[in-house]
Design a binder for this molecule. Sequence first.
Ligand code: HEC
Ligand code: HEC
Length: 233
Amino acid sequence: MRIANVGYALAGLALVGFSTAALAEVNQGSVARGGKLYDKWYKVVGVDAPTVSHPLYPATNEKYAADPANNWRCKECHGWDGLGVDGAYGSGSHKSGIKGINGMAGGDPAKVVELLRRDHLFGDKLSDQDLTDLANFVVYGQIDWTKYVADKKSTGDVANGQQVYETACIGCHGAEGKLPKDMPPLGSLASNPWEVMHKVLNGQPAEAMPALRAIDHQVSADLVAYLATLPAQ
Ligand code: HEC
Ligand code: HEC
């Protein structure tokens, strides 16, 4: 049944444009690009990673406090789930203890741009377009995880995920998710459904991988559920 729904969703996009208010509000390409910047902005804009740590990163996490290539990434402070201290990065090896970005979902994009430019010190690193895309991601792109993840697993439909995988992903990633060769097998990423769904929705920084952002997010959740069934090594 889900497959039929996907078909209708795609047909709807092609024929009548975005049908839901959420999608119509903002350009989904901008949101997805913002998501890739949130992941690894310096790859997206094509510059070297910073070599001096971000001053907002807490010294209490000694590992990442000493790792500027990671502690300048939005995700390293606020988490793949965007929930910061209230989410996955509230504990464990990536613990940052920092507030999430979810408080600004649905807010004013100009305020986010201002915050990133000033408090976050991105003014000399990112362009106006980059900052706008990030703000669109923060304001319009956040996911209600309770719809798609429970118990650290995607609640999506594995059979539907397989159908989408074997049409849209298999060409680059192979039947078992072990391609391209310089990447961990997709099946090994199952323990982090938030990261995998982020990548599926927004794409992979500096790669030709598509972003599924403009279609029903349930499709991305279904894919994540299927990826968890692929071999981990
Ligand atoms: C080095 C850590 C760090 C990095 C990297 C970082 N932030 Fe933040 N961010 C913070 C801190 C600290 C706050 C302030 C939290 C508070 O007020 O308690 C914050 C606040 C925010 C807020 C406001 C949250 C609210 O409701 O008040 C947003 C939105 C935000 N950051 C987005 C981003 C984006 C987008 C990026 C990447 C371009 C980013 N941050 C990168 C540490 C970081
Ligand atoms: C045009 C080729 C292409 C297509 C199509 C493609 N990908 Fe990718 N994908 C890539 C590349 C290249 C990478 C990054 C590989 C690396 O980092 O070495 C990647 C990375 C990923 C990652 C992140 C892996 C990590 O290390 O964190 C996930 C998850 C992923 N792809 C899932 C998918 C899914 C699901 C689909 C189908 C909707 C898909 N990809 C379609 C090329 C593609």
